[in-house]
Design a binder for this molecule. Structure first.
Ligand code: PMP
Length: 395
């Protein structure tokens, strides 16, 4: 019998065999001509995947938190004001990072867990901080968590970014749980910096921090009066490196993670072969299927309304009388899911990741395992109800 479980957490996810093969190749020198070509091509492809033809990509060894750190380190100077649109755990992390670099942070928080601040509330905060109203210095930047992985809530990035532009603030989007899964059109929507990590919808094992900075963000960086507070994240060192690789010239500041970048290039090629619109649509459909199953099983979701719910993951409360031990049963049925993360409700819910190379059969396998787990813990429901609901969406 096969002893392999399906990994359906919100990152890391399942990766394609081609990506995994790239991880296992003999490691080349980071200045070898074949690697320089691959790195250069990966940078070009990142622009296409972020839908930001005029952006400057940065690839660094690190996780998504380094990408957040890089954004704050390079764009914030001590004394700057920042606005955080707060939808949960990862928005709180951005507050801490921005404060570490000397920003004074104002937050617009979701009125309840599972919700997101409205455009009107964010506009009111931007207005209050707008220098033209005479209330002091305006905000230098605004951060938005596209999908907060702790709640499964998706924000209206398009609407928020339009507001940011209107009020002249740099718009920074944490797309760790969205880029290459949720619709995000960086340039068209006026996003000045978008960031992600390799292990989610980008489809590469953990270890890469990915940032694409638009022209306004780069101009703000060039105008800095103070040195960047992080040595490793400083674009002063990395910009010439990214430019050199893209011009197919070998270069060195810190040794790049050769195999991960090889795998990144393979995955970006697969993403572009699928096509961004087709990829967004696949994520939407698979998400609808699993959410229909969750509803049919009588489980309540954390996002308060369907239009707030992400396509890359599903966050659902355990039914009455059921706790985290459910996840052990689901794992024995062959599928690994994640527990809760938001501190206020951590013990009461679980999360299913469905992004990247995820397929319809992964969704059915997951629903089947959830049904078996629920049956084993004594929850009363009609076996097959979730499967039928998912199949109805998929077929
Ligand atoms: N932001 C969001 C929305 C995330 O989901 C995560 C990771 N789950 C992070 C930031 C941090 O990324 P990492 O764990 O790779 O540092």
């Amino acid at each position: 019998m096969k002893d392999r479980k399906l990994l359906m957490i919100p990152g890391p996810v399942e990766f394609t065999p081609e990506v995994l093969r790239a991880m296992g190749m003999s490691t080349a020198s980071h200045v070898a001509p074949n690697f320089v070509e691959v790195f250069g091509q990966a940078l070009e492809r990142l622009r296409q995947v972020f839908l930001c033809p005029g952006g400057q990509p940065f690839v660094a060894a690190g996780s998504g938190t380094l990408a957040m750190d890089t954004a704050a380190a390079n764009l914030v100077e001590p004394g700057d004001r920042a606005l955080v649109v707060n939808t949960g755990y990862f928005s709180n992390r951005f507050v801490a990072i921005l404060e570490r670099y000397g920003a004074t942070v104002t937050q617009v928080s979701a009125p309840a867990i599972g919700d997101a601040p409205s455009l009107e509330e964010v506009e009111a905060a931007l207005k209050a901080g707008d220098s033209s109203t005479g209330s002091g210095r305006g905000f230098r930047l605004m951060t938005i968590t596209h999908v907060d992985t702790s709640t499964g809530v998706r924000t209206d990035v398009k609407g928020l970014a339009a507001l940011g532009r209107e009020y002249g603030v740099l718009v920074v989007v944490d797309g760790v749980c969205s880029v290459a899964g949720e619709e995000m059109r960086q340039e068209e929507w006026g996003i000045d910096l978008a960031l992600t990590a390799s292990q989610k919808a980008i489809g590469v094992p953990p270890g890469l921090a990915l940032v694409v900075a638009g022209p306004r963000a780069m101009a703000a960086f060039q105008r800095r009066k103070t040195a960047v507070g992080s040595y490793y994240a400083d674009w002063t060192y990395w910009l010439p490196i990214m430019e050199a690789y893209e011009a197919r010239r070998p270069s060195y500041f810190g040794t790049p993670p050769v195999n991960l970048i090889w795998a990144l290039d393979v995955s970006l090629g697969q993403i572009l072969d699928e096509g961004m619109d087709a990829r967004f649509a696949r994520h939407r459909k698979l998400s609808e299927a699993i959410k229909a199953a969750i509803r049919a099983l009588g489980l309540r979701q954390v996002p308060l309304s369907p239009d707030r719910a992400a396509s890359t993951l599903t966050a659902a409360y355990y039914p009455e009388g059921v706790d985290r031990s459910l996840l052990g049963h689901i794992s024995r049925a062959g599928v690994i899911l994640a527990g809760g993360l938001h501190p206020a409700i951590k013990a009461r819910y679980f999360r299913i990741g469905h992004m990247g190379a995820v397929s319809a059969s992964d969704i059915l396998c997951t629903v089947g395992a959830i049904e078996r787990g629920l049956a084993e813990v004594g929850y009363e429901f009609e076996i097959g109800a979730g499967m039928a609901a998912a199949q109805a969406v998929l077929t």
